[in-house]
Design a protein. Structure first.
Length: 189
């Protein structure tokens, strides 16, 4: 029986496996840095500003209703970010509810977005202030990230064409301030 000539495999250079590992680690580090950089750039942009298009979002209310922002096109919309633990939010809660009662859903839609809260505390807050307009939790902070909010309360009034026409950082000071902003968005102020 003849022995077959086997050609030995060329020797692996020392450290070749480690080079691949180093390349993979560097690619992962650079990818992470790129993500962090993108996040910082978005954060430094500040909240969505007047003249910007409203970000698309979907809010599932505490009553289980799903409201998509795209379904509200053609209406004036007030989006209020709040939390039960927020003392300044309490200062505007009654006025927001009063304002919501002054307009039909064809004139203006109010949406409350509960930021980083517990459902029990949020429901108690809504009951304490008698808030009847739709409110829901910002699960995973997706909506607040889309608006790039910096804190609560923050409110955005959106014209029927989907463009933000008013941004209020901090609490509204009066019912009149709210209605003036909504009437301006409706074209009546």
């Amino acid at each position: 029986m003849e022995k077959m000539n086997e050609t030995p495999a060329p020797p692996t250079p020392p450290g070749a496996g480690r080079r691949w590992l180093t390349v993979v680690v560097w690619v992962a580090v650079l990818g992470l840095l790129a993500l962090l950089g993108f996040g910082l750039i978005r954060r430094q942009q500040g909240p969505v500003a007047v003249g910007s298009r409203m970000p698309d979002f979907t809010l599932t209310t505490f009553d289980g209703e799903t409201i998509a922002s795209t379904d509200l096109q053609g209406k004036v919309l007030l989006v209020n970010f709040w939390a039960s633990w927020c003392i300044p939010c309490e200062q505007e809660a009654a006025a927001l509810e009063q304002a919501s009662q002054l307009y039909s859903d064809d004139e203006a839609v109010f949406l409350g977005v509960d930021y980083v809260d517990t459902e029990t505390e949020a429901r108690a807050y809504l009951a304490r202030f008698g808030i009847t307009y739709p409110n829901g939790p910002d699960l995973g902070t997706r909506i607040s990230q889309a608006f790039r909010i910096r804190g609560v309360p923050e409110s955005y009034i959106v014209a029927p064409d989907g463009v933000i026409v008013s941004v209020k950082i901090g609490p509204y000071q009066s019912l009149q301030e709210i209605t003036d902003a909504i009437d301006a968005a409706r074209g009546g102020g």
